[in-house]
Design a protein around this ligand. Structure first.
Ligand code: ATP
Ligand code: MG
Length: 160
């Protein structure tokens, strides 16, 4: 299904912004031009729901969460950045493994099963994208993923 990515992302962010209970500020840096992605919207919603829930779960009071989407080479690159506790150096890949949690004590308090990012990785892979994390312990975390996109979804159909 062809979807205008900025509209789609805005709707998901709006839903979190209306229901969040913490004092966390949302900042959006989204493209104004129409960029179309060919996605299963339910699956990519599930991916973003998990990434955003994690960002909220690990954000301090008064923190900022930045939502970005930008064209990077031939892909659309989407990122969610928080100012939370971050993840230890060297575990950036491990958080995408099934049942991996950074530390047991933290996890017991905050809940979850440790499956969210493993599912996200599978779903992004199925959409020909990649997903990874960048983090500085004590400063925050960015989760990034890519998706193929097109500017003129109609032209693709007109060709040939
Ligand atoms: P679930 O998503 O199944 O409810 P979960 O959130 O613990 O459980 P994942 O979303 O897969 O599982 O995340 C795996 C682990 O990665 C988390 O337990 C946490 O330790 C770490 N993590 C994920 N996102 C962040 C983040 N934004 N800041 C700090 N740590 C994170
Ligand atoms: Mg999660």
């Amino acid at each position: 299904e062809w979807i205008n990515f900025t509209n789609f992302f805005n709707q998901i962010i709006d839903r979190f912004e209306m229901t969040k209970e913490q004092h966390v500020t949302f900042l959006r840096k989204l493209p104004e031009e129409k960029l179309y992605v060919d996605i299963d919207p339910d699956k990519i919603t599930q991916v973003l729901d998990n990434i955003i829930s994690n960002a909220l779960k690990y954000s301090p009071e008064g923190g900022l969460i930045t939502f970005k989407a930008e064209v990077h080479e031939d892909k659309l690159q989407i990122s969610v950045t928080d100012q939370g506790m971050g993840i230890p150096k060297g575990t950036e890949n491990k958080i995408f493994e099934r049942f991996y949690r950074v530390d047991k004590a933290r996890t017991r308090k905050l809940g979850g099963t440790g499956l969210g990012l493993a599912i996200a990785k599978e779903m992004i892979g199925a959409h020909d994208g990649e997903i990874w994390a960048k983090s500085v312990e004590g400063k925050g975390t960015t989760i990034l993923f890519t998706l193929p996109f097109t500017r003129d979804q109609e032209d693709d159909w007109d060709e040939s």
